[in-house]
Design a protein around this ligand. Structure first.
Ligand SMILES: [Zn+2]
Length: 352
């Protein structure tokens, strides 16, 4: 267990009795975004103290867990472990009931952002991927006159969604067969980093949307996340197979055949939201597009992100130095491919 995790938190996590090492995992051989196969190891453990490695693709900069749990293992994780584990981490109860107030605030705030795109377009149906308890889908459905469907792997949360009168599907979007069904609006709220195949899901969403359809999604900006705690380890968690940045998210969207209509950095400086529509040319590009000139998210200020006080252990001191190196290189990632930043990190790590 890492020295950066307090004894109290560590004992709460231990009490969840989740044996991560015993879960079935699979190695990722090809980058989900660009297909590259040269990776840089960024960390060997996550914020809970589990032995989880996060890798960055040396070609495009995408960060992901490797190896990661299989779809079956994640299915079991969401059925009984995920909320208790997050509760143990934060030291307060977080479940299908307690999260609803937070989700309501989120729904109201994001409805204001997406509203101008949803009104007056004759849009009627909506799919909420990873829709949890349905609070967000319910609010959007009521606000914009949409017929909402929620798909989520957690049965207890889907049960809550059903009580809102939403259509529900218990399962993973990667596995569910939608047949020829289409939806006018697809929303992926605080979910994309939980998916097992971001590229596959976006391609599927593209097929689920008619030409006039809209896609809303948001990400946890990985760069903002690791600078927040000044530690890559603390920004990595087994519940997130993927760690996106504005660069990698926009590359994903363009590759899947979407145009970004509007991007927005949340007040917390951690989440970035996107409203997208199918690109005029429905043919998805085969290679990651050039995105050098585009940056929505300015790097968080070091003075604001660094926690107060000196590091309390040699381990956290190492984390600080490690984050500091990455910070120094983050400027390099503004040019495509952003992977050059990770390549530099790789060399430095081998030297260290
Ligand atoms: Zn890649």
């Amino acid at each position: 267990m890492s020295l950066t995790i307090s004894a109290e938190r560590a004992s709460r996590i231990a009490a969840v009795r989740f044996d991560y090492g015993a879960q079935t995992r699979q190695a990722i051989a090809a980058c989900n975004l660009c297909g590259g196969s040269r990776f840089v190891v960024l960390t060997h453990r996550d914020r809970y103290g589990y032995d989880a490695e996060a890798h960055a693709c040396a070609a495009c900069g995408l960060v992901f867990l490797n190896p990661r749990m299989t779809a079956d293992a994640y299915g079991r994780f969401y059925r009984g472990v995920y909320r208790p584990l997050v509760s143990a981490f934060h030291g307060r109860r977080i479940d299908a009931h307690t999260i609803q107030a937070e989700q309501r605030d989120y729904a109201v705030e994001r409805a204001a952002f997406i509203g101008p795109f949803l009104t007056g377009g004759g849009l009627q149906t909506m799919l909420d991927i990873g829709g949890s308890t349905g609070v967000v889908a319910h609010h959007f459905a009521r606000e914009f006159g949409l017929q909402g469907t929620v798909i989520d792997p957690a049965p207890l949360e889907v049960e809550e969604a059903r009580r809102f009168g939403l259509d529900t599907i218990t399962g993973l979007v990667e596995e569910h067969d939608f047949g020829a069904r289409q939806f006018d609006v697809v929303i992926i709220c605080q979910t994309i980093d939980h998916l097992l195949d971001v590229g596959g899901v976006l391609a599927r969403v593209r097929a689920l949307l008619p030409a006039r359809g809209l896609l809303f999604l948001d990400i946890v900006d990985f760069r903002a996340a690791y600078l927040r705690q000044w530690s890559v380890e603390d920004a990595v968690k087994i519940d997130h197979p993927f760690y996106l940045t504005d660069s990698t998210m926009v590359a994903y969207l363009r590759r899947a055949g979407f145009d970004v209509l509007r991007a927005d950095i949340a007040r917390d400086r951690l989440h970035v939201s996107y409203v997208c529509r199918p690109a005029e040319s429905t043919r998805a590009t085969k290679a990651p597009p050039m995105i050098a000139a585009r940056t929505v998210s300015p790097p968080p200020r070091r003075t604001r992100s660094r926690p107060a006080g000196p590091p309390t252990s040699s381990r956290s001191a190492r984390s600080s130095r490690s984050a500091s190196r990455t910070w120094a290189w983050s400027g390099a990632s503004r040019t495509w491919p952003p992977g050059s930043a990770w390549s530099r990190r790789s060399r430095a790590v081998h030297k260290a």
